[in-house]
Structures are given as structure tokens and as C-alpha cells.
Design a binder for this molecule. Structure first.
Ligand code: SF4
Length: 361
């Protein structure tokens, strides 16, 4: 396929669905990318693949996997008088133990929505008498851009730009998932954007050590169906590997320059994931030479985290339940009034079910 239209052509999609059925194999497959989740829901692929394929969502939305405790820290930082907390839009509605950043802002906290980490650097430049803390949330795709912002701030000698790094890494999360007692996934649709940076090698342990087939997928309906077909074929043939369906964007070696920038500024660190708990080496902390920019080391009081009654976001993020199985879904939890983060983000599983899936209405 050469042109975008072909990736959405009904005739091509029908042919792909036929090919999937002809394999006569069933499987539970997990996508680990919020954009995939949204594409699957919006294009109505889930019911078309039933009953052969059960598509479940994993921890692929960075907003959703940010833990309640980390949100508590972000809220505590936002409440400091001379601090401007800069963050991406979705994060202002994620609930933490003290409410949301949006609520904090209505009480007087300086919370600014930015579109890139460099906007936060500009904010620091324009407000020399304030401390600007950028809330760094995202996977391997976002972390290099935050690293570049840190380098820019250092280059400019800005003494009032700081980062709270809540970045997370996808391969350690996949490792944690496959080691869960109740893990029962037959294959992974791997995230396209993250893989542009990582390449293919980082996932080899899945087929090699766990016999799990994996396909790096693009973001058009035809990409997803091709990835599903390849996963089913690998399962049927008993030959698991890492296939790259998104070769028009993902090179086997990934983007070395982006990884180098990321590694220059960050080192691996343990991180807490919503639903998966503390995963060793699954986060990024600022390296020692950038410790003076690290807002994560500031002494702030973070309230104790209590289980939010009825919220099943953790189970949704591990693929244990569908959003519609959460008792709060579409009742006390909707995109206009979200109770959990999976309903906040435009790429959250619950939001995508609510907005696009028949089941969610
Ligand atoms: S419906 Fe709301 S509370 Fe329930 S899992 Fe989804 S986001 Fe969490």
C-alpha cells in the first residue's frame, strides 16, 4: 500500500478480515498504545474481529498509568507559592489524592498547559522570578524531547527551570505484565511511536523467553488488521517473533540520536505504575549532573494514597477487565466528569469505549 486512502479502503479491510477468518485461529491480543486503542474503537474493529480475536488494552496510555502517588507529588509542587507547574493538557484532569491540577488552579495554583517541553523552558525565561516545574509524563517517544528541553535550559543558564520526571519505559512494563500470575495474552500489538525510537530489538525477549508473538503496528485500520493477521499466523504456526508491520516509520535500529539525547539526561530508575505497581528500571530519573533541575527531590508533603472506592482503572490497564465491567463506567465516570484517569485521556481505554463503542453507550 502506498497511499493513506488504501489503509482505510473498505475493500482492502474486508479482504484482510477474510484472511484473518481463514486462519481459523483464536487469540486474546493486547495493544499497548493509547493511539491504537483509540483507532480500534473509532474504526469499529473490535466487533468485526469477534469471536476469533479478543482485543484487550494494556498500559499504553502514559496519562492513565501515572500513579496516584505521583499525581500527589505534582499537586504538592503546584501548591508551592512561587512555582508555575507546566504540563500537557490531559494531566490537569487526572485525579490525585488532593483533587486535580485543574481544581488546584481554581484555588489559585499556577498551572499552565503547554504543548511542548520547550514551551515550559520559554515560560521559565519569561518568568525569572518564578520556578517553573515541567511535569514530564510519557514513554520513550516523549522523553527525548524533554531531555532536549533540559539541555536547552542548561545551555541558556536558566536557573529556574525544573523537571518532575514521571516518564516510563515500555519494555519493563511488558516484562512485568508477562510475569503476572493471571497473564493470559497470546500476542502483543506493539506501539508504533515508541518503536520509532526503540527499534525492534528491545522486544526480542518476549518471543525468545516467553514464546509470545509481537507485531509493531502502524495506526491505520489496515495496519491493525495486518498486525492481527501476523500475530494469529505466528500463533497458528508456533513460530513467535517480533514482526515490524510499521516498517514505513520504524527502522530495526530505531532512532539512535533520540535515544542518545534521552540517555544523556536521564538514567533508568524504578517507577510506580497505576495497576502494575512498582516496576524496577521502568522509569527515567535525571542524571546526577542535572540533579539541580530535579523537582522530584524537593521536600514536599504528599498525602497518603487511599484506594479510590469502586475505581477499576488498574484492572483495565492490565487487560483484566473491559471498561464496561467497571461499576462506575458511564454512571459516575464519564469523559465530562471522569472518576479515573482511563476516562480522562483522549487515549484512555474507558474514554475510547465510551465515545466510540456500541457497548459503551
Ligand atoms: S470507568 Fe472510570 S473509574 Fe472505572 S475503570 Fe474506567 S476510568 Fe476508572
Amino acid at each position: 500500500m502506498k497511499y493513506l486512502d488504501e489503509y482505510r479502503s473498505p475493500a482492502i479491510l474486508q479482504g484482510q478480515l477474510r484472511a484473518i477468518r481463514e486462519l481459523d485461529t483464536s487469540a486474546v491480543l493486547m495493544e499497548v498504545c493509547g493511539t491504537h486503542t483509540m483507532v480500534i474503537s473509532r474504526s469499529g474493529l473490535r466487533p468485526l474481529l469477534t469471536p476469533e480475536v479478543d482485543l484487550v488494552s494494556g498500559p499504553g496510555c502514559p496519562v492513565c498509568v501515572t500513579s496516584e502517588r505521583d499525581m500527589g507529588r505534582a499537586l504538592a509542587l503546584a501548591s508551592i507559592e512561587d512555582v508555575i507547574l507546566a504540563t500537557f493538557g490531559d494531566m490537569v484532569r487526572v485525579p490525585g489524592p488532593q483533587g486535580t491540577l485543574l481544581e488546584a488552579s481554581s484555588r489559585g495554583a499556577a498551572v499552565k498547559v503547554v504543548y511542548s517541553p520547550l514551551d515550559a523552558v520559554a515560560l521559565a525565561r519569561e518568568n525569572p522570578d518564578r520556578r517553573v516545574v515541567f511535569l514530564g509524563v510519557g514513554f520513550e517517544t516523549t522523553a527525548p524531547t524533554v531531555a532536549a528541553a533540559v539541555l536547552r535550559a542548561r545551555e541558556e543558564g536558566l536557573g529556574n527551570f525544573f523537571v518532575l520526571s514521571l516518564h516510563k519505559l515500555i519494555p519493563p512494563a511488558l516484562k512485568a505484565l508477562v510475569h503476572m500470575e493471571d497473564f493470559s495474552i497470546d500476542g502483543f500489538l506493539l506501539p508504533g511511536h515508541v518503536s520509532v525510537v526503540l527499534g525492534t530489538e528491545a522486544y526480542r525477549f518476549l518471543p525468545r523467553e516467553h514464546g509470545i508473538p509481537c507485531v509493531i503496528s502502524g495506526f491505520e485500520p489496515a495496519d491493525i488488521l495486518r498486525a492481527v493477521y501476523l500475530l494469529l499466523r505466528m500463533k497458528a504456526e508456533g513460530k513467535p517473533e517480533v514482526a515490524n508491520e510499521y516498517s514505513r516509520a520504524v527502522r530495526p535500529e530505531g532512532n539512535r540520536r533520540a535515544r542518545e539525547t534521552m540517555c544523556r539526561v536521564f538514567r533508568e530508575a524504578d517507577a510506580e505504575w497505576r495497576g502494575l505497581g512498582l516496576i524496577p528500571g521502568s522509569g527515567l530519573a535525571l542524571r546526577e549532573e542535572f540533579a539541580d533541575l530535579d523537582a522530584g527531590s524537593w521536600e514536599v508533603e504528599v498525602p497518603e494514597v487511599r484506594e479510590r472506592s469502586g475505581c477499576r482503572c488498574g484492572d483495565v490497564l492490565c487487560g483484566r477487565i473491559r471498561p464496561t465491567e467497571c461499576p462506575l463506567f458511564a454512571r459516575s465516570c464519564t469523559p465530562d466528569s471522569p472518576f479515573g484517569p482511563c476516562m480522562v485521556s483522549s487515549e484512555g481505554t474507558c474514554a475510547s469505549y465510551y465515545l466510540y463503542e456500541e457497548e459503551g453507550r
